[in-house]
Design a protein around this ligand. Sequence first.
Ligand code: ATP
Ligand code: MG
Length: 202
Amino acid sequence: MRENAKKTAANEARLLKKKAIVDGRIAAATEERGVTILLTGNGKGKSSSGFGTMARAIGHGQKCAVIQFIKGRKETGEQLFFGSHPQVEFHVMGHGFSWETRNPELEKQAAEQAWELAKGLLSNPEVHFILLDEITYMYKYGHLEVDDLLAALAARPAHQNVMMTGRTAPRLLLDSVDTHSKVENERHAFANGVKAQVGIEW
Ligand code: ATP
Ligand code: MG
């Protein structure tokens, strides 16, 4: 019994110590500004995390925008849902880039047009949250210049939050964002022959 009491006291002391550390960090995080978030990796959950975060921002009345730099094959649930939302500006990159057809010239043209839209959003103080979905591939394929993205991110309105996704990203971008999470693939149903499902994959 006495041993148990000792253990409980030690545990409480450890928890208090942990709490003091966390409280200290919370107190030290005083900078108020928007952040850049990058989600990479081969696991499932990057774009859906971007849309989930956008739902949060919408809930708080913020004006949001999405640019999808890779066109999915089908009409996606996210476009059907958010595309008609009054707080959301939703763009899917025009012709060119899809996983099915590859035409480098058309792709580059479409990427440049989408980037023009992105630049406009990144300089618009009314837009609080921007999702640049699958943008990282544009640098991998040489359609856009990462320096242009870094410059636009650095010059954006101070309160604006920007999320970017793609399996891999250029080193310069990885090194410059405020938050970077890598979603690892531990297992995916597809590998065991499960067909892509509406409402899950698109
Ligand atoms: P989601 O949009 O579901 O969050 P994601 O953005 O993380 O997925 P992408 O790399 O953009 O994933 O790939 C897009 C598509 O590929 C989605 O339909 C997703 O379910 C599927 N996918 C993601 N990871 C894997 C994987 N490891 N194996 C097979 N398919 C995957
Ligand atoms: Mg994705």
